[in-house]
Design a protein around this ligand. Structure first.
Ligand SMILES: Cc1cc2nc3c(=O)[nH]c(=O)nc-3n(C[C@H](O)[C@H](O)[C@H](O)COP(=O)(O)OP(=O)(O)OC[C@H]3O[C@@H](n4cnc5c(N)ncnc54)[C@H](O)[C@@H]3O)c2cc1C
Length: 502
């Protein structure tokens, strides 16, 4: 294979770079080791906040790109029809000592170009705006441009739009080497063969240090920093109306309480440095820490514990340089790092993509705008679940699968699942990220068997070969009855609870 440019990684950063470069007359290949877009830990498991840009120290790359990214998403999210709600945020001060931090954040924000920041020093006004807020709140920094999105839907939307504009994405394909000769990139070695190219962008998230080292640039290390979350049922819709932050700590923005674009409430993340980049376990101890953090902002959540429906964790790719690494190198011409994209990387992604484009242009990549680039993407039709009756009737009359609800909690129809498969989903999580099937109160208890059957039928595979997220994550690895029979166990033995084999 040959490409004008290879992008390594299809998280939010790689997908957004691909979409930005798809404006130009280029043969673009994105290489992703996972089975789908946005399957990497940071992109699939984060808070989904499009930050305003007041947190980061002025002068850092993060600070420059965060407020710029916020402004860009306001336009781009609409173009690609991804979920996006500008609901605004409050950083809440509970004691006098917090006031100096609010003032510092406001100053930082103003230096970073964040519009409309104000400190509200009136507890009553805060309670009017956010009725369930801790009554001890004395002030808050209000940032009206802070927004929420769905990080995986946004990434998928960007990747789909890039593909509509000609980019190619190779899934289940791992980059194992970057070939450099006479200080110039020549090709990328993957688990499925070699791709000749003169330009490579490393957007490999948690593994960006390893990929960079493949090209001979080994001057930074990425450490995983875990953050855990609880999700509350959407029955609590409206209980919290803004994104609520505590005053930040030196290592994180603290445990946030926020609505999601799908009307759930999300609390988290905490922040713990860990060793393994594949550690996706949550622990009750850490989740307790998250819950008590959230109670400081919304004490009434204590009465809503029975509304928690899920927990999960994400790993931040923390570079030892402490800032985003957006660089090209004389020693390896054609290689660009978009590495160390920790928080606020989701927010900054479109600004990162523009910066990478400038670096590539400087390196000599010819960027000729192509005719027919379309910034617009059509989302999967959600009329049925939104009770848009006329449109739903029309869809069902054309194709009855749009009238077959497979996920009751989120009211997802078979028509949506089929459309998700048509757009590239091959796994249960791929369907979930595109349609929300399995993300409601029963967490897939009802819809999982239906979706497994649909996936098997449409992909022409057996139900045992359907996976949760690709690789060896098969959902039904064994036919249990057959196994039991083969082991010589009959029903009475299986019913015997004292028998360890049952
Ligand atoms: C707990 C948490 C909360 C956060 N909250 C926010 C927030 O609210 N707002 C915000 O702006 N940011 C937030 N962030 C930060 C944001 O999530 C990240 O900055 C962003 O997701 C990084 O995206 P990425 O594309 O660089 O990395 P990734 O998502 O890791 O994508 C990299 C991709 O590269 C692939 N890859 C790696 N190695 C190879 C290889 N050798 N070959 C092929 N493919 C490879 C991986 O499989 C992966 O899919 C948060 C992060 C975490 C973890």
């Amino acid at each position: 294979m040959k490409a004008d440019i290879v992008i390594i990684g299809a998280g939010i950063v790689g997908s957004t770079i691909a979409r930005e470069l798809s404006r130009y007359d280029l043969n673009i290949i994105v290489v992703e080791k996972n089975s789908d877009i946005a399957f990497g830990s940071p992109t699939k498991a984060n808070t989904g906040i499009i930050h305003a840009g007041y947190d980061d120290k002025p002068g850092t790359v993060k600070a420059m790109l965060c407020s710029k990214g916020n402004a860009l998403w306001h336009k781009i999210a609409r173009e690609v029809a991804a979920p996006f709600k500008e609901i605004g945020s409050f950083v809440v001060a509970l004691k006098e000592e917090d006031m100096s931090i609010l003032k510092e954040l406001k100053e930082r924000g103003e230096k970073n170009g964040v519009p409309e920041l104000e400190i509200i020093e009136d507890g009553e006004e805060l309670l009017e705006r956010e009725p369930n807020l801790n009554e001890e709140a004395i002030a808050a920094l209000h940032a009206p441009t802070t927004a929420i999105t769905s990080p995986y839907e946004l990434s998928i939307a960007m990747a789909e739009n890039a593909m509509e504009n000609g980019a190619n994405i190779l899934l289940d394909t791992e980059v194992t080497g970057v070939m450099v000769k006479k200080r110039e990139v020549k090709s990328v070695q993957t688990s499925k063969g070699r791709i000749k190219t003169d330009y490579v962008v490393n957007a490999a998230g948690l593994q960006a240090d390893e990929v960079s080292a493949m090209a001979g640039i080994d001057r930074f290390i990425i450490h995983p920093r875990k953050g855990e979350y609880y999700v509350f049922d959407k029955e609590l819709n409206g209980f919290v109306q803004h994104i609520l932050f505590p005053v930040p700590t030196p290592i994180s923005k603290g445990v946030v309480v926020t609505p999601t674009v799908d009307d759930n409430i999300l609390i988290g993340p905490n922040a713990h440095d860990i060793k393994g980049k594949n550690d996706s376990a949550t622990t009750s101890r850490s989740l307790d820490e998250v819950f008590s953090g959230a109670l400081r902002l919304i004490p009434k959540l204590a009465e809503k514990k029975n509304m928690m429906i899920a927990n999960f964790c994400g790993l931040r790719p923390e570079p030892d340089t402490k800032d985003f690494i957006l660089e090209s190198y004389d020693a390896v011409r054609g290689f660009v790092n978009a590495a160390g994209i920790k928080s606020p990387g989701l927010t900054a992604a479109p600004a990162v993509a523009q910066t990478v484009t400038v670096l590539l242009r400087k390196l000599g990549l010819e960027l000729k705008e192509k005719d027919g680039f379309s910034a617009l993407r059509k989302p999967i039709d959600r009329s049925v679940r939104r009770f848009d009756i006329e449109r739903a009737k029309w869809l069902i009359a054309r194709d009855p699968t749009w009238g077959h609800v497979v996920c009751r909690c989120e009211r997802v129809t078979e028509g949506e699942v089929l459309e998700a498969i048509r757009r590239g989903a091959t796994t249960l999580d791929g369907i979930k990220f595109r349609t929300r099937a399995g993300m409601g109160r029963c967490q897939g208890g009802f819809c999982t068997p239906h979706i497994i059957k649909i996936l098997a039928r449409e992909l022409g595979i057996s139900v045992q070969d359907v996976t949760k997220r690709g690789g060896n994550s098969r959902l039904l690895p064994y036919k249990v009855k057959e196994l039991l029979l083969r082991a010589g166990l009959d029903d009475s033995e299986r019913a015997n609870k004292d028998d360890p084999r049952s």
